[in-house]
Design a protein around this ligand. Structure first.
Ligand code: CU
Length: 186
């Protein structure tokens, strides 16, 4: 529940902005005098409020970003390669198309332990894909780009045992909607 709070805050602020616009649009039909001093004070107050909100939002969300922290080592490394239209998820590095095919067709599913720090090393053998982690309830936990020529790391500690799904979050061609992978947390 608590991790939804920043989203609620964002929605509340967005609704507030819409209301302010509506209020101004309605008010501006009547002519009146504007005091530049009052306008400036209002501007300053709004700016300070906005900066405060942005600061709070960052303070809530940034520390929870699942990216590597300095000198922290993962307990497990999992290798992921995206290719139209599957994700190969393996305990061993996947270095060529034949290995990729083997993992996708016959590979043992990867199983990690709940609580351990898992590092996904994610790349692609063709175009950009979006590597995402979905828990057994289909909640999105994190995502990183799978890019040809680059290895992007995503670290995560899983709490809940079960079957986790990897979906592609970057449109990559006709087979994109069925592009997926999976692994287990025990
Ligand atoms: Cu894709």
């Amino acid at each position: 529940m608590s991790r939804h709070i920043p989203i609620f805050l964002l929605e509340a602020v967005s609704a507030g902005i819409v209301l302010v616009f509506a209020y101004v649009a309605l008010r501006s039909r009547r002519s009146g005098t504007v005091s530049p001093d009052r306008a400036r004070r209002l501007q300053t107050a709004l700016l300070i409020g906005l900066l405060g909100f942005a600061g709070l939002f960052l303070a809530f969300t940034f520390p929870r970003a699942p990216y590597p922290r300095r000198a922290e080592r993962p307990d497990r490394v999992v290798f992921v390669v995206g290719k139209q239209f599957n994700f190969a998820v393996s305990e061993r590095p996947i270095t060529n198309d034949r290995e990729w095919e083997e993992v996708v067709q016959f590979g043992e599913p990867v199983t990690v332990s709940a609580g351990e720090l898992v590092e996904f090393r994610v790349t692609s053998f063709d175009v950009n894909h979006g590597f995402s982690l979905y828990d057994p309830d289909r909640t999105l936990l994190g995502q990183v780009q799978a890019m040809p020529g680059y290895v992007n790391r995503l670290r995560f500690r899983f709490a809940k045992p079960g079957r986790y799904e990897v979906l592609c979050l970057e449109y990559c061609g006709n087979g994109h909607p069925r592009m997926r992978g999976y692994f287990y947390v025990k």
